[in-house]
Design a protein around this ligand. Structure first.
Ligand code: PLP
Ligand code: TYF
Length: 392
């Protein structure tokens, strides 16, 4: 039986971590895996989170089980910050999950249990999306909605896909800071998406993994709120791994939207059952630290200020990269208009490999760059390398 298994290649994004680490060239530049970087190139623990961890260490007197819902205080503190008053509390159910990935998987399994068989995914998307949904038994329906060369989202193609979807189908929507393009719908397009999702009876599945790193805290949730306010059933997979810099602590949540309180209780009981069959209970530490931050006004303000400065760094770096202008046929100007950490450049796989081989520049094979990997000097060097590439 085991002979039927074949050797699989490592996750190409995560493989970049090791490849970059093992490169001895001192001028190497890491634009690969999607983690935030500060000006010193580090991904530090946020100060407010560190203080919360110290408090946790000093005061936590038990590590006894909590239950499949995880830290309910974490979910309760986060819900109004994420969703505002978009959905009445009695229509909302939420549980803590192991990261945004755990939330996506749990939501996918809930959809499968509910008889939803298809999920529409605009491409390109995060490479893990389709495999997660497929693993839960859904059919991912990919459709093209981005023009990588001009860095634009094709709103008409997106709406056309919603028209093509059958009532009851699900549709995956990146809440903000689209991975891998950085191009989000504007308010008018979000309104059109919300209208179409409601009219067509679709189940929106919003993936919100970068709240606070795009235009600001509430602005980054506006699209998710607009869509979830108008649907009968909907899902929101949430990650705190970027905006609390908790990454390896695997901190996230999944919310469901149901038509009424009774239906919501049914969904909640199914979330608990699915969690038990997957991981029984989520890891506690990251969610406990985030809860302590959110429940303490001073710590929450300190965290929000740190998050704001991270966002401002991304905005400044985007402007710097954008100022490189057009190099050969590569137009970098639109990068100033993108959100969050990512942009996807119109580069072939062999061009990406060439930049790595000749200039020690590491990026995803798709041409995706992590904007947070830059500083002022490396932006200039990146421009020189692209010039050399187009002249090579
Ligand atoms: N969704 C998107 C769009 C992401 O980029 C990521 C990145 O890690 C995730 C979900 C998963 O987040 P987490 O690390 O919390 O599982
Ligand atoms: O897209 C990224 O780089 C981040 C990090 O299997 C990531 O979302 C990448 C791959 C993966 C898990 C996280």
């Amino acid at each position: 039986a085991f002979e039927q298994l074949s050797l699989l290649r490592a996750d190409p994004l995560l493989a970049l971590i090791g490849a970059y680490r093992d490169d001895p060239r001192p001028f190497k530049l890491d634009l690969g895996v999607g983690v935030f970087r500060d000006a010193a190139g580090g991904t530090p623990v946020m100060r407010a989170v560190k203080k919360a961890e110290e408090r946790l260490l000093a005061t936590q007197d038990s590590k006894s089980y909590l239950g499949p819902e995880g830290d309910a205080g974490f979910v309760a503190a986060l819900a109004p910050l994420v969703l505002g008053d978009a959905v009445p509390a009695e229509r909302l159910a939420g549980i803590q999950t192991p990261g945004g990935t755990g939330a996506l998987r749990l939501g996918a399994e809930l959809l499968a249990r509910a008889g939803v068989s298809r999920i529409w995914i605009a491409t390109p998307s995060w490479p893990n999306h389709a495999p997660i949904f497929a693993a839960a038994g859904l059919t991912p329906e990919a459709f093209d909605a981005f023009d990588v060369a001009s860095q634009t989202l094709d709103g008409a193609a997106l709406l056309a896909a919603l028209d093509k979807a059958a009532p009851g189908d699900s549709v995956l929507l990146h809440g903000c800071c689209h991975n891998p393009t950085g191009i989000d719908p504007d308010a008018a397009l979000w309104a059109a998406i919300a209208e179409r999702v409601e009219a067509r009876g679709l189940v929106p599945f919003v993936d919100l993994a970068y709240q606070g790193l795009g235009d600001g805290w509430d602005a980054d949730a506006a699209g998710a709120r607009a869509v979830l306010a108008r649907c009968r059933h909907g899902l929101l997979a949430y990650s705190c791994d970027k905006n609390f810099a908790l990454y390896r602590e695997r901190t996230g949540a999944l919310w469901t939207v149901a038509p009424d309180a009774e239906a919501s209780a049914i969904l909640y009981s199914n979330l608990l059952a699915l969690a038990r069959a997957n991981w029984s209970m989520p890891p506690d530490h990251g969610a406990a630290a985030a809860r302590i931050v959110l429940e303490d006004a001073a710590l929450a303000a300190e965290w929000r200020a740190e998050l704001d400065s991270m966002r401002e760094r991304l905005v400044t770096l985007r402007q710097g990269v954008s100022a490189l202008g057009t190099i050969g046929s590569i137009d970098l100007a639109p990068i100033a208009g993108g959100k969050g950490m990512f942009a996807t450049l119109p580069l072939t796989r062999s061009q990406v490999a060439w930049l790595r081989e000749h200039h020690a520049i590491y990026m995803a094979a798709s041409g995706r760059i992590n904007i947070a990997g830059f500083d002022e000097a490396s932006i200039a060097r990146f421009g020189e390398a692209l010039k050399a590439l187009v002249e090579a």
